[in-house]
Design a protein around this ligand. Structure first.
Ligand code: KG4
Ligand code: ZN
Length: 343
């Protein structure tokens, strides 16, 4: 079965073709991505209306590119999957509209996928796929959650951020340091030249026994410290601050992930979402999990941030496990806010 996946929830247009036979794990045939980062950079963040318009421009050329790379044609598509939510309403509507129209023209069904389900299942396309059950740390620009995952569509929330997401903490701190958008990769690069302990920044909720996160105070602390330093900051102070911010975020994410493994008694951790591309986070989790005899699984680096492959994969796994029946109704809706446990 060939599943075309379309992702358009935020500032990346992603299209991919995933195939599966019987019980075998789905495999990625081809994928293409267009990032809008350059376009939004001038505004310091995503401009929703511009995002929607750009998705319209990109989605069909990307679809043609994916089919050509996979050596497939439109009639080979058996199911069209799209991101139904959460995300920007206008951006979601573009992907959903194109998916449903394409499916109607081909006489094929559609399946609306939860964006975070795509992220948390994405390691199943890696060379080292996990087995159920596992704990998932979902760390993106909009979400920071720990989930218990017992199988496809069996997700229970263990803890989440009470305010900003981890990616947001990276992005907002990066902005305060005069780095571009998105800030995570830029801050992490600058941090390589800095000292972790140069600034003593808060680790909110670190010592609370629950599995929740809070990152809003970290951004405020960075703003206060930066405000106290002579302006403009010199290069070594910026690097020290970047390293200290990253260390604070990594400390909290690691501590809570380990606590979630302990609380559930599980020995497998999946880390997914854009912040999962952060190398110091990967190194630290790798070391700490090894110490307690647990394993960490990641998506391929290219599939950490938003992409169409994870959407096609989530749809393929849902169909394969018989948990969702694709729709042939031709009607659709999008869910800008959508709880994964209810998906
Ligand atoms: O999952 P994603 O692509 O989009 C959302 O669904 O939000 O995640 C984007 C987030 C941004 O906040 C970005 O700064 C962060 O992931 N990010 C990183 C890195 N790469 C992306 N944060 C830290 N280190 C990275 N290497
Ligand atoms: Zn995402």
């Amino acid at each position: 079965m060939n599943v075309l996946g379309i992702e358009s929830s935020c500032d990346e247009t992603g299209v991919a073709l995933v195939s599966f036979e019987g019980d075998a794990l789905p495999r990625l045939r081809a994928q293409a991505l267009h990032s809008q980062v350059d376009m939004h950079q001038a505004y310091g963040g995503v401009v929703p209306e511009l995002a929607s318009r750009d998705h319209i421009r990109r989605v069909l050329p990307l679809t043609r590119q994916v089919l050509a790379e996979a050596g497939a044609g439109l009639p080979d598509i058996d199911l069209v999957a799209y991101t139904r939510g959460p995300g920007l309403a206008g951006a979601l509507l573009v992907g959903a509209g194109v998916a449903v129209s394409l499916a109607a023209a081909l006489g094929r069904p559609t399946l609306g996928v939860h964006h975070l389900e795509g992220h948390l299942l994405s390691p199943f396309l890696s060379a080292d796929p996990p087995q159920f059950p596992f704990v998932a740390l979902l760390v993106s620009g909009g979400h920071t959650q720990l989930m218990r995952v017992d199988g496809v569509a069996q997700y229970s929330l263990l803890g989440e951020t009470v305010d900003d997401a981890a990616g947001e903490a990276f992005d907002k701190s990066a902005k305060l340091l005069g780095l571009g958008y998105p800030g995570g990769p830029a801050l992490s690069k600058l941090a390589q030249q800095g000292r972790d302990g140069a600034f003593d920044l808060p680790r909110p909720l670190l010592h609370k026994p629950n599995l929740d996160f809070s990152f809003a105070g970290l951004k405020t602390a960075v703003a206060v410290r930066v405000g106290r330093l002579p302006s403009p900051l010199d290069e070594s102070q910026r690097a020290d601050m970047a390293a200290s911010v990253q260390a604070a975020i990594v400390d909290v994410l690691c501590a809570k992930s380990l606590r979630a493994l302990q609380a559930t008694g599980l020995k497998r951790l999946v880390v997914a979402g854009g912040v999962g591309a952060n190398l110091p986070l990967r190194e630290r989790l790798g070391r700490e999990c090894e110490r307690i005899g647990a394993r960490v699984h990641y998506p391929e680096l290219a599939l950490c941030t938003d992409n169409g492959a994870m959407i096609a994969l989530a749809a393929a796994l849902r169909v394969q496990h018989g948990v969702t029946t694709p729709s042939s109704a031709g009607a659709f809706d999008v869910r800008p806010r959508w709880d994964l446990a209810l998906a």
